[in-house]
Ligand binder design. Structure first.
Ligand code: SAM
Length: 255
């Protein structure tokens, strides 16, 4: 599954599997079968998906508090609860995804939202993303922006070149927001999960704490740094063991 995928309801796709895990209805039978196998291998994956969404919303609110009013959400997924334009009403938001169904659902969701648009693109093609009409219309890179890469980088074998390119575009005071799958908390199940994904034609790249930290090189990590998603500036007591989140979270600022 590299490059831009065509709509193929016969094969599971990350966007629709994630939608199923979150209780959404925008998924097909192969997505549901894959998600159930994933849940059998890692029963916490549904909770992990919800914890990830909660982190995304807290991070967007944090960026708003820092005066950010424009968001580039890369690998934005199928619209679900707590989308960026809902958490940050009135902000300029561009959603980018390589899954055509996620983009089509986004277009419907954004019909009456003049400050938000979608782009169908691979985030690893920054020229396509940054040169898109939506980004040129809505995002002013001479001003601080939040670039979100939430629960997407573990699908990319080497995300460093793309991150470097987006960071180079960001004005001082901008933020990079990311969450990233890891096997650190569940070393026994890691290989099962990788095998399951490979069977569906996806090559996941879970990364260690050190590897996720390295993705934020050249930026200043906002405290508490790289932590399990429910531990990033929580607004309530954790409801589960933090490692059940299966993901690290980080927000980093460009000086
Ligand atoms: C697990 S979902 C995360 C959705 C959302 N960011 C969130 O955290 O709730 C991952 C999304 O990334 C998208 N994706 C994966 N690789 C991508 C790429 N190279 N470029 C753009 N989107 C990508 C998938 O299509 C999917 O919608």
């Amino acid at each position: 599954m590299s490059g831009l995928s065509e709509m193929d309801p016969e094969r599971p796709h990350q966007a629709r599997v994630y939608d199923y895990l979150l209780g959404g209805a925008c998924n097909f039978e192969p997505d549901r079968i894959f998600a159930e196998k994933f849940l059998a291998a890692m029963p916490h994956v549904g909770i992990a998906a919800r914890l990830n969404r909660h982190f995304l919303q807290r991070a967007v609110r944090y960026c708003l508090d820092q005066g950010i009013h424009q968001f580039l959400d890369l690998g934005s997924g199928i619209p679900t609860v707590g989308n960026v334009h809902e958490t940050a009403p009135g902000a300029h938001v561009v959603y980018v995804d390589k899954d055509p169904i996620a983009v089509a659902c986004g277009d419907v969701e954004l019909r009456d939202v003049p400050t938000a648009e979608t782009v169908h693109a691979d985030l690893c093609d920054p020229d396509a993303v940054l040169g898109s009409a939506a980004v040129r219309n809505l995002i002013d890179f001479t001003k601080p922006v939040a670039v979100l890469m939430v629960a997407v980088l573990h699908y990319i074998p080497d995300p460093h070149p793309a991150i470097t390119r987006y960071v180079a575009e960001m004005a001082p005071g901008s933020f990079l927001v990311l969450s990233h799958g890891t096997g650190d908390g569940n070393p026994d199940n890691g290989e099962d999960v990788v095998r399951l994904h490979e069977g569906a034609g996806v090559l996941p790249s879970p990364r260690t704490h050190a590897e996720v930290t390295a993705l934020c090189a050249d930026l200043h990590l906002v405290p508490p740094g790289v932590v399990w998603t429910p531990l990033w500036r929580p607004d309530s007591a954790p409801i589960t063991n933090p490692t059940d989140a299966m993901s690290y979270a980080a927000v980093a600022r460009r000086a």
